[in-house]
Design a protein around this ligand. Structure first.
Ligand code: RIB
Length: 329
């Protein structure tokens, strides 16, 4: 079976040149590329992933690390990343870190051994030095849903605070006067940013009260428990902003059990815009540009892999208010 070295000898070029032709990475003039492709055809050479990796240090493989594969936000993100990567001939390795730093470190070690070309990381436990170390080892890295402004790390996130402001103002526009917030886990940056947006508007209207805030876990159960706690303290709640759609669904269950009709008694809005938010009543929500985020993250990662110029900064993406049944009576 022909090897990459056989192709390089027949085409009278270096192994690295053959690899550049295989991976379409770096410059190869037309005559040389034609000679290499002719040699590959003559020898019926099929590049192996290892051949790609050893010769050109490109494995045509990237990884996506997410913290919670059971939260529909991340599979929707993974879908967008895989679509974009596949179009460019790249394979995606999906890793679920469970918000566990140790598990994340193990993934980084495994991925380095697989000589992957880049990593898209949606993580709240990662340290910027880990990403800078990857880059020192020529592994491109892009962060999603988090950012490290004092480091040269490219990051993408939604305008979380602005989205929270939109959500609370929408509830006010709908006539709500006692508005609660179910936050995500506060060790997570987007949760803190959304809480800030809620607090900003509530203070603007002289309505802020810490007892109107309960911390959830970004899951249905956490939203359910937080809503129960809030109703015990404030049975007069008439508006709820949940930090993500799963917790909004949990809150819906608690409100139903408490005999509160949505939206007639309590108006409810979530955050993310996942497909599951079209339950009954359909949830009003602040939709994140999940597909665009995944596509852009892959685009920037590929630019880094191809050593093309890319500014390492935080890109904040717009969010959209989707008004549906849960705030409209
Ligand atoms: O629903 C999961 C949440 O985790 C999303 O809001 C996403 O932004 C991440 O913070």
């Amino acid at each position: 079976m022909a090897t990459i070295r056989d192709v390089s000898k027949l085409a009278n070029v270096s192994v690295a040149t053959v690899s550049r032709v295989i991976n379409q990475s770096g410059y190869v003039n037309e005559v040389t590329e034609k000679a290499v492709r002719q040699a590959m055809e003559t020898l019926s050479y099929v590049p192996s992933d290892m051949a790609r990796s050893l010769a050109g240090k490109k494995s045509a493989t990237i990884a996506l690390i997410v913290p919670d594969i059971l939260n529909p936000f991340f599979p929707e993100l993974a879908r967008a990343v895989e679509d974009a990567a596949h179009q460019l001939g790249y394979t995606v390795i999906l890793c679920n870190s469970d918000h566990d730093p140790e598990k994340e470190r193990n993934y980084f070690g495994m991925l380095k051994n697989k000589r992957i070309d880049g990593i898209i990381v949606a993580s709240y436990t990662i340290h910027p030095q880990q990403l800078l170390e990857l880059q020192r080892q020529s592994i491109a890295a892009v962060v999603i849903d988090n950012h490290f402004p004092s480091h040269p790390i490219l990051a993408l996130q939604s305008k979380n605070r602005e989205g929270a402001v939109m959500a609370v103002r929408h509830l006010l526009d709908r006539g709500c006067t006692t508005i609660a917030h179910i936050s995500g886990p506060l060790e997570i940056l987007p949760s803190r940013e959304r809480l800030l947006g809620y607090e900003l508007v509530m203070r603007e209207h002289g309505m802020f009260a810490p007892s109107l805030i309960a911390e959830g876990d970004f899951h249905v159960e956490g939203g359910y428990r937080a809503m129960q706690e809030l109703l015990k303290l404030h049975p007069d709640i008439d508006g709820v902003f949940a930090g993500n759609d799963l917790m909004a669904i949990g809150a819906l269950k608690a409100l139903y059990i408490a005999g509160k009709a949505v939206p007639q008694d309590v108006k409810l809005i979530g955050f993310d815009g996942i497909a599951l938010a079209t339950v009954v009543p359909e949830l009003s929500t602040i939709a994140q540009p999940i597909a665009e985020m995944g596509k852009l993250a892959t685009h920037y990662l590929m630019r880094q892999i191809r050593n093309e110029p890319v500014e390492c900064k935080t890109h904040e993406l717009d969010v959209r208010l989707l008004v549906r049944q849960s705030t409209t009576d």
